[in-house]
Design a protein around this ligand. Sequence first.
Ligand code: LCS
Length: 388
Amino acid sequence: MHIESKIVHGGQHPDKETGALAPPIYQTSTFAFRSAEHGARLFKQEEKGYIYTRLSNPTIDLLGSKIALLESAEAGVVFASGLAAIFNVVVTLTKAGEHVVSDNTIYGGTYALFKSILPKIGIEVTFCNTADADQLVSCIKDNTRLIFTETPANPTLKIVDIARCSEIARAKNIPLCVDNTFATPYLQRPVELGADIVVHSATKYFSGHGDIIGGVVVGKKDFAHQLWEDAKEIGACSSPFNAWLVLRGLKTLAVRMDRHCESAMKIAEYLAKHDKVEKVYYPGLTSHPGYELAKKQMSDFGGMLGFDVKGGKEAGKTIMNSVKLCILAVSLGDVDTLIEHPASMTHSTYSDEELRGCGINPGYVRISVGLEHVDDLIADLDQALSKI
Ligand code: LCS
């Protein structure tokens, strides 16, 4: 089946009892046992069934299995947020005294988790450019238990070679985890390129409508089972209603992504020709250093782009304070176009030196291209650029 059809039908069947086509929302904290013996059997995992929504819930499970299907993975686990998903992956695979290698260009919240929270529990993280194979290899230690990367990377749209990273990881027997939030499985499937684990902020393109916070992890069955076992005790579970909203949003993922990609390309081309724009960051432009690789590992270039405006930070601020249709807000992947300033917003957890180190310039402006008419978006950016 093509991915478009899996996106609509995958994992979902009309409800057996009622025929309801939309999946029921099992909005319940707990599930009644048939007897004391039945409850005990469920707790011992001798029989399948539901106990308590922090442990599992049919609406939430449906989302996990649907994302696993779309990502060509064996199983999926759903979390309260993308960051909860990433934290749970790390604590399932590592313990105090062990080590993680992460790319240095990742979402600022993930960076803060790795830089400030993991060391508190004795897990050391080395940041490097995973797009540079030699750098990645040189950072791996005997106690490295996880390699983490994000591609396209937030916010610079750096492209990392997933197949190359997975060869390196496999040779050392270390799991590779890829944050696939920007691409979604519609455009890129890291498991097919050799990655072991894929994480998502479901808050973004999966939901698509900017109305929930959620996260998903997919991988091999054994890993997903251990992740779920640990997650039960950590407690960062989704709500059934949020999982349902993601299932609903997902149905239109393919058509939304097509439009996001088409409009982002037009906006990138418009910005690249603008005399007040210093540089455009969009992997679909042949001038982008990751263009060839993106063409190889993605089926299109995504809806995220960024640009450096001439005049640095002040000029960037002028753009953000002048747009009328684009919304000045963080997050991404929504139907609404969102514009933001990574250095002071999504990546404010980076020091100035760290920002420079991964090429996030002070005036860099990031856009999550929405589903408005592209001519209206270009007109809005045009009037904002004219204010500089
Ligand atoms: N991974 C990526 C690539 C992200 O962009 C984000 C959030 C997360 C993980 C964390 O997901 P959450 O816990 O928020 O569901 N990115 C954001 C951004 O760029 N602006 O606001 C949030």
